[in-house]
Design a protein around this ligand. Sequence first.
Ligand SMILES: Cc1cc2nc3c(=O)[nH]c(=O)nc-3n(C[C@H](O)[C@H](O)[C@H](O)COP(=O)(O)OP(=O)(O)OC[C@H]3O[C@@H](n4cnc5c(N)ncnc54)[C@H](O)[C@@H]3O)c2cc1C
Length: 482
Amino acid sequence: MGEKYDAIVIGSGISGSSVGAMLSKLGYKTIVLEQSEQVGGRTFAFDGDTLTKDHFLKTLAMYDCTVAVAEPDLDTIFREGLLKGYTVDIGYHRGYTGPIIDAIKSLGGEIETCPPFEIPWDPKLGLSFPDLMEVSKRITELNPNPDDYDDVSIVEFAKEQGWDLNGNLYKMFRFMADAMQAVKPIDQTAAGDPIRSLLLRGRRQRFPVSAAAGGGLKGEILLPPKGGSDNVSKSFLNIITKNGGSVRTGAKVKKIVVEGGVATGVVVGKDELIQGKIIVYSGVIFSLPNIIEKKHLPKDYLRRIDALSGTGVGGFLMNAGFPAPQSAPAGIFSEFPPVSGFGGRFFNAVPAGRAMGCAPDGKELLFAGWAITPEENELLIRDKELTKKIFKSFSGKLSEVIAGYDKSDWKIVITCPSCYSVGSRVFASGKYRLENRVPTVGNLFLAGDGVRGAVNFGQYAAYKSAERCFAEIMGAYPLSLL
Ligand SMILES: Cc1cc2nc3c(=O)[nH]c(=O)nc-3n(C[C@H](O)[C@H](O)[C@H](O)COP(=O)(O)OP(=O)(O)OC[C@H]3O[C@@H](n4cnc5c(N)ncnc54)[C@H](O)[C@@H]3O)c2cc1C
């Protein structure tokens, strides 16, 4: 019989690693089990020197990402070693990293971040950051409880408030929904997340507003980790090992063992049983029914898990440039010009190279992402002519915002449009989010960007859900009772 743990955490992404760090800091004997050979979950970074095409594609596939298009093609990129010297950080995150960094430090961990910087807003979007602050203030005054908005459609909410559905406020919601990859039609989108993200901004007041036209985002809330976003999870995991806990990679949990309504442990690999008093599942929520007998999950859970599937797709591009353009902005929120079938969508682009230590000296790496629908994704995969048009439109836009982009020798454009994310599905359906404690198995807890408490989006949502999961564990299983 193996060791018995106070807490077994399944998954080493932002949510699993952070809830594990919180527990171990308090003295819970904690183990994190990660199925992959690398930690960090969907914040994954690759070392361009050793990266192979096979590893790249396999890792992407684990998170439902594919490379539909690459220029030059993937074979050329790997044959010619075009990624050597780079850290290829998929999903280079800038939003809301600051509070997560604060949490790492408050738990006694260490992480190096890039200096604060500003992301300008494209004035052509028709709204400015101060507008958003104003709306946020108004919503806070209207109703202080963000959870109330989970079941309310944006359109209904706007109508109730007497807001002009063609005016700036509505446009702003559409912008937020697109920005968060809520690709369902706006009138089917739950109001919860766009509003909560505004509330969060309004309440925290951590974004000094730029005087520049269009306003901007700036400040300590946008603090990406140096050297790759998976360093966030690594820092949390270091806290766990520093406090006597363990982290195992290549440890896929095949089954959560439940006896008499209590989870007693997990089965890893073929038949290794690891016993635990509390189990936290932090993998993507759709996979939960694969590792626990369905009879142990509430029917309502299963229905909601079902309802979450297939509602959202994100997209991203990565450009590696040789050499670095002289005046890349810190980032840009903009729309690229409409291409037939695509409709001109919001995108953001951030140079992720020099400042973050992800590109070799004198070179640059640009990460750009945009929101696409499942139908557009299909089109991208099938219609190579359309893809070319999109690249052209996108490159044209980048030439506008990055001086010298068109003259520099930008070599690589990779796109992984089939990037399903739990977050994007959940934004489109806030009401389906699952509770952090499984009601039918009292010592089984959930964390991750698809469960309650996952305020806002992406990494930040994953971290917030972990905070809430931790609070539930504290309430039900304080260390003194274990
Ligand atoms: C391409 C891409 C771009 C993105 N861009 C952004 C962005 O710009 N900004 C932003 O904020 N967010 C972004 N996101 C979303 C963000 O990365 C995620 O929301 C966040 O990392 C989710 O963290 P998590 O802990 O909830 O889940 P995950 O990171 O998915 O972690 C779950 C972990 O559990 C492991 N696991 C699952 N099942 C098992 C099992 N049975 N046994 C053992 N281990 C298991 C998985 O391997 C994984 O490591 C992006 C995501 C992708 C894929």
